[in-house]
Design a protein around this ligand. Structure first.
Ligand code: ADP
Length: 551
């Protein structure tokens, strides 16, 4: 009988559990895990920092429904990987961090890179464990995978001491549990489905909010049917975009503030009433708003605002139940109501303001002028990765999504620095699609070196676009090194030159007339291109009724 090493067992167990992607930085003691993962056919991407790798692993969970793995060395490497675990925890996305650890017989002796790793991972983990023997590794891998995808999705941590990784066991002694099936789709009681529909029927100003929980649930077909059947106005959250296409006639995103403030009944489909939705509280919501909540996590029900109807379970299954009930007793929200008149008026006003800002040919350019050209070059099925405060907020309103899970951004945790890892994950999952990684200059800087990673793995479907305002929220045109403001970066920094390190092409754009030729040339490149666009430090979002983060 053949002997298996711990590293071989980890790789085989992951593959057996449907893990297809691993991102990380190798070193002692995890090198053999990456090598064997590749032998098992798991796609391994060697990153330049575990932080970006962990963001990629979390994005894989969202994009594929099976956890991505971040592989990190002991101590500092594992600690860097916590960034992605926290992001996955906040976003409710499956991922697994695998941390190497010092040999267990050196515990407590001040071993090389020794650290309290399980304790460090625990607050962000649905499951955090160290296998008790090399032989039993597959048991722990299955538990970790199952924890990440069953119930509310989230992160898991596996701690692997060097002696477990190099240890050997006779093949006959190792049991590999069967692949953990995709999570069962749980239904809501029929009486609650009826109550939910009755509440919607009783509404004067109804609103459906489509969150990234609905996107994660792959509920797109059901939600589209539901919207078409009921003719209800809907609003996607940032990553709920695309579950129903942004150009759907019932989409009311441009009237977001008005809709939230005035809706009397809100149907929440996989979206939390957290800061992104202003906690569901006044002044952003009507104090008497009635909430119908669909969520896989029972403990989320009633958070911040009591739910009138709770539909606990899987969004895809529950919306299908509502569709079934509607096909038995059809009902539509009327097309001509004062609610629709109000919403349409706001949408038109907004379109006029934005059109004016997009037409502004001033130099340096503003965000809206830049996005006007970018969006013309974006194919309908492109994946848009978008981060940086204004770059992301304005990009969310101007970059349309037509397909679910085609937008990745800073998410529930407001994490800046996620973009490059997410772009690499998206490009790996969708080699046939374009990935537009549109970053503020500050957001790009967190993990800018990963452009080399993208090029090394031939992810030529990514275009990196940097909207550069010389700092965090805009910096000065010139810098005195003795008085650098905390938010300033080197003015006019030529980030596009980073493409030269892998023989790619970079483009530096300052004039509106240079924008289209640069984007065209970037899309024609045979390596990931970088387009670095200088904008005015004073460029802002269009005036908002409420300040950012106002409840
Ligand atoms: P958004 O940022 O789009 O508002 P959130 O991340 O705040 O979305 O909320 C997503 C919600 O979706 C979470 O509360 C999570 O429990 C829930 N969720 C995750 N998977 C499912 C599913 N399959 N069905 C229903 N709800 C889900």
């Amino acid at each position: 009988m053949a002997e298996l090493t711990g590293a071989q067992i980890v790789a085989k167990a992951l593959k057996q559990q449907g893990v297809e992607y691993m991102f990380g930085v190798v070193g002692i003691p995890v090198v053999p895990i990456a090598v064997h993962a590749q032998r098992e056919g798991i796609k391994f991407f060697g990153f330049r920092n575990e932080q970006a790798a962990s963001y990629a692993a979390a994005a894989i969970g969202y994009l594929t429904g099976r956890p991505g793995v971040c592989l990190a060395v002991s101590g500092p490497g594992m600690v860097h990987g916590i960034a992605g675990m926290a992001n996955a925890w906040a976003n409710c996305w499956p991922m697994i961090l695998i941390g190497g650890a010092n040999d267990s017989y050196q515990n407590g002796q001040g071993a090389f890179q020794e650290a309290p790793q399980i304790e460090t991972a625990r607050p962000y983990a649905k499951y955090a464990a160290r296998p008790d023997s090399t032989r039993r590794i597959p048991f722990f891998v299955e538990q970790a995978v199952r924890a990440t995808i069953y119930g509310r999705p989230g992160a898991a941590y596996l701690d692997l001491p060097g002696d477990l990784i190099t240890g050997t066991v006779d093949e006959s002694e190792v049991h590999f549990p069967p692949r953990c099936p995709d999570p069962p789709r749980t239904l809501a009681p029929w009486e609650n489905i009826e109550r939910a529909l009755d509440a919607l029927k009783s509404a004067e100003r109804p609103l459906v909010i489509v969150g990234k929980g609905a996107a994660y649930a792959r509920a797109e077909e059901e939600v589209r049917t539901f919207i078409d059947m009921t003719q209800l106005p809907f609003l996607p959250t940032p990553m709920g975009k695309g579950v129903v296409p942004d150009d759907h006639p019932l989409a009311i995103s441009p009237a977001r503030s008005f809709a939230l403030q005035n809706a009397d009944v809100v149907l929440l489909l996989g979206a939390r009433l957290n800061w992104i939705l202003h906690f569901g509280l006044p002044p952003r919501f009507d104090p008497k708003v009635r909430v119908i909540q669909v969520d896989i996590a029972a403990e989320e029900i009633g958070n911040n605002v009591p739910a009138e109807v709770a539909l606990v379970g899987d969004a895809k299954a529950i919306v299908e139940q509502m569709n079934e009930a509607l096909s038995r007793a059809p009902w539509q929200y009327p097309a001509e109501t004062t609610w629709w008149t109000g919403l349409r008026k706001k949408i038109e006003e907004n379109a006029a303001t934005v059109a004016e800002m997009m037409a502004d040919e001033s130099v340096p350019m503003g965000y809206y002028r830049v996005y006007r050209d970018i969006r013309e070059y974006i194919p309908r099925d492109a994946i848009i990765v978008n981060e940086g405060a204004s770059t992301m907020d304005i990009g969310r309103t101007l970059m349309p999504n037509f397909f679910p899970r085609h937008r990745l951004d800073a998410g529930s945790f407001g994490t800046m620095g996620v973009g490059l890892g997410q772009a690499i994950a998206a490009a790996a999952v969708h080699p046939d699609k374009r990935v537009f990684c549109i970053e503020g200059d500050s957001a790009f800087g967190f993990s800018g070196m990963e452009v080399e990673t993208a090029a090394r793995y031939g992810l030529n479907n990514i275009v990196f676009i940097i909207i550069n305002n010389n700092g965090i929220g805009g910096g000065p045109d010139e810098l005195d090194p003795t008085r650098v403001p905390p938010s300033a970066y080197t003015p006019n920094a030529h980030y596009e030159k980073m493409a030269e390190i892998y023989g790619g092409k970079g483009f530096f754009v300052t004039q509106p007339s240079e924008l289209r030729p640069a984007l065209e040339a970037a899309l024609a490149c045979d390596k990931p291109a970088i387009v670095n666009i200088m904008i005015s430090a004073r460029s802002q979002r269009k005036p908002q009724q409420f300040a950012w983060l106002t409840r």
